[in-house]
Design a protein around this ligand. Structure first.
Ligand code: NAP
Length: 327
């Protein structure tokens, strides 16, 4: 992307406060009234379409598409302050053409999402859901030597596809479990390698050598559909696939088929292609742990995300550069 947008340019702010802004209504409880000074807020619920009008800023949820039509309908818009680190809900080219800044909330959700990734790794490796179901159903008849045998982590290989903030945080948690770490990313991470013993490999080696593959890439034209029948077939028989990045990275029908055939041993997923719809075949597939996109869902983290999104808006309204632009 080019860098041609300047928060201080003439299109910036030709209004006096209170500034008309749109904010996702679902964020209301996460923001303090003192943070909302100088704003004339229209709270927008998730089921309302993006309106036409004179608003100068929007803080949408990641489920709201912001593209050419939305920018055309909001001619005074200066900033889309996404309340997420991913920003695949925003058409960046259309935003730049309209000279609209786009920001995200990197960093503050790294630990929460890495923790949830580990919850999925442990839940799939140790067959947690099947155990919970067995107990709850009343069918459990007592300790058995071969009941719900899972995977020992010690000595296995964790493959990180993407090793940015979250991928590395997941990798840093691996040595205490005795896992060796491989990663694939566009650039080498020497500090990460030194700190964790991780080794950089190409994507195909990552898939074929890992017992657990965990996805940490953004959804981009290069990564969309990257996990498909061909790449799944390269994975070790019985390997575990974890996805806390974006649903688009996986072809869900292909994954369901690989789970049905037992080629993939288990899948732990937090994100889906067409949320909240989950592909029916994936829904029914064996050994899946399916979560409702809660990677960053801790109270502290969600408050920090909302606060950063709002701070980005306040900066731009004050004629200053935003704190966390996406480009
Ligand atoms: P990040 O710091 O930008 O890291 C992204 C990583 O992906 C980088 O290592 C990057 O490589 C790598 N990458 C990008 N394109 C690639 C490609 N074509 N081939 C190989 N590697 C590629 O992002 P992050 O903060 O870790 O977040 C990762 C994603 O997690 C976000 O984009 C978001 O979609 C998702 N997320 C989900 C939740 C949730 O609730 N489940 C919460 C937070 C984030 P380089 O380092 O070489 O650039």
């Amino acid at each position: 992307m080019g860098s041609g947008i300047d928060a201080t340019d003439s299109h910036a702010i030709d209004l006096a406060p209170p500034y008309p802004v749109l904010i996702a209504a679902e964020l209301k409880n996460l923001l303090e009234p003192t943070q909302l000074v100088d704003l004339d807020i229209t709270w927008l619920t998730g089921d309302q379409p993006t309106p036409k009008g004179e608003w100068v800023a929007i803080i949408p949820l990641l489920t709201r598409w912001m593209g050419g039509t939305e920018f055309k309908n909001l001619p005074k818009l200066r900033i889309v302050a996404n309340c997420a680190v991913g920003y695949n809900n925003v058409d960046l080219v259309a935003a730049e053409m309209r000279r609209v800044l786009v920001t995200n909330t990197p960093g503050v959700l790294t630990d929460a999402t890495a923790d949830l990734t580990w919850a999925l790794i442990l839940a799939t490796a140790r067959r947690l859901l099947e155990g919970i179901d067995l107990v709850r159903s009343g069918r459990w008849t007592g300790w058995e030597p071969e009941q719900l045998l899972g995977l020992d982590l010690r000595g296995r290989v964790l493959g990180l596809f993407g090793a940015g903030r979250i991928g590395q945080a997941v990798g840093h948690r691996a040595p205490p479990f005795g896992l060796r770490v491989l990663y694939a990313a566009r650039t080498a991470k020497p500090d990460f390698e030194r700190e964790t013993g991780a080794r950089r490999v190409d994507t195909m080696e990552l898939l074929s050598a890992s017992d657990i593959v965990s996805l940490h890439v953004p959804a981009t034209p290069e990564t969309k559909g990257m996990i498909n029948s061909e790449t799944l077939s390269r994975m070790k028989r019985g390997a575990i696939l974890i996805n806390t990045s974006r649903g688009d990275v996986i072809r869900e029908e292909a994954l369901a088929m690989a789970l049905e055939l037992g080629h993939i041993g288990a899948a732990g997923l937090d994100v889906y292609t067409d949320e909240p719809h989950i592909h029916p075949r994936l829904f029914a597939a064996p050994r899946t742990v399916l979560l409702p996109h809660i990677g960053s869902a801790t109270e502290e983290t969600r408050r920090k995300m909302a606060t950063i999104a709002l701070a980005n808006v306040q900066c731009v309204l004050a004629g200053k550069p935003p704190l966390t632009p996406v480009y």
